[in-house]
Design a protein. Structure first.
Length: 262
């Protein structure tokens, strides 16, 4: 019978759901961003900051491989209230979004924090930590992917920018990635969400090549959630987007990006 379990789903953010305007921007504009050794797909969000009150947020500096990134602050300082005010949230600003441009000028790797004044249009990036990769043959084993079963906090899974509680879930986590799997963008700490459409596999199932994972297939498709290299907000998971297995066949909508490894 098809598995009844579903992939972990983040708790709702205290900043509310993404606005209709953001959803439209996300659908229309997608770009790829290389951070360190990995490439991430991003939703491009344009936020029209139309008043001084909407500038109620600050930017945090991060450096990865000598490159600077600025993310919307996600940690409250003392008793100063939330890191992003309600007026800024109304304009689409969310903790953990990555600053890309200010008024049409590129600020992705700016050495200094930009001085913001209203009105201004900000271009912000919402990283997607999902990765769908297709491998020739079983990708787990010596010299490929090794996994372990361990508890992972929701804050670790969905990044600190979501403000998730420290609940934990048992997950199959990548311990080591070598060869073609590393070139596909899989990194240690990535969570294995599905293999050939079978949801939430365990490390033991991977080790024993459990039948429900269809390890005999010539093409093996694995959906990962990679850890984000920045204190950045990532697009929330939609369990309905995951592939499901019914009557021995894979059906459903695949997540992107998808990488074919030959």
């Amino acid at each position: 019978p098809p598995p009844t379990s579903s992939p972990p789903n983040p708790t709702s953010s205290p900043w509310g759901s993404i606005s209709c305007a953001e959803q439209m921007a996300a659908v229309d504009k997608v770009r790829r961003l290389r951070i360190g050794e990995c490439e991430f797909e991003c939703n491009v969000l344009e936020c029209n900051v139309d008043s001084a009150d909407a500038l109620g947020f600050s930017l945090r500096k991060s450096t990865v491989d000598c490159q600077t990134y600025w993310t919307v602050e996600h940690e409250a300082k003392g008793d100063s209230g939330p890191p992003v005010t309600a007026e800024a949230v109304a304009c689409g600003i969310r903790p953990g979004l990555v600053l890309s441009a200010v008024g049409g000028k590129d600020y992705l790797h700016a050495a200094k924090v930009p001085e913001l004044s209203s009105p201004v249009v900000l271009e912000l990036l919402e990283l997607k930590s999902e990765l769908t990769a297709s491998f020739d043959g079983w990708p787990f084993g010596f010299g490929k992917l090794s996994v372990e079963q361990r508890k992972v906090s929701k804050q670790e899974m969905f990044s600190a920018a979501h403000g998730c509680p420290t609940e934990v879930e048992e997950c199959c986590v990548v311990k080591l990635a070598l060869g073609t799997t590393r070139r596909a963008g899989v990194t240690p700490g990535s969570i294995v969400h599905s293999i050939n459409g079978a949801l939430t596999p365990t490390a033991q199932e991977v080790l024993t090549r459990a039948e429900r994972l269809s390890p005999q297939l010539a093409q093996v498709e694995v959906i990962f959630q990679r850890p984000l290299p920045l204190p950045a907000r990532d697009a929330a998971f939609n369990p309905n987007s995951f592939m499901t297995r019914t009557t021995g066949q894979v059906s459903g909508r695949m997540l992107r990006p998808q990488i074919e490894i030959k």
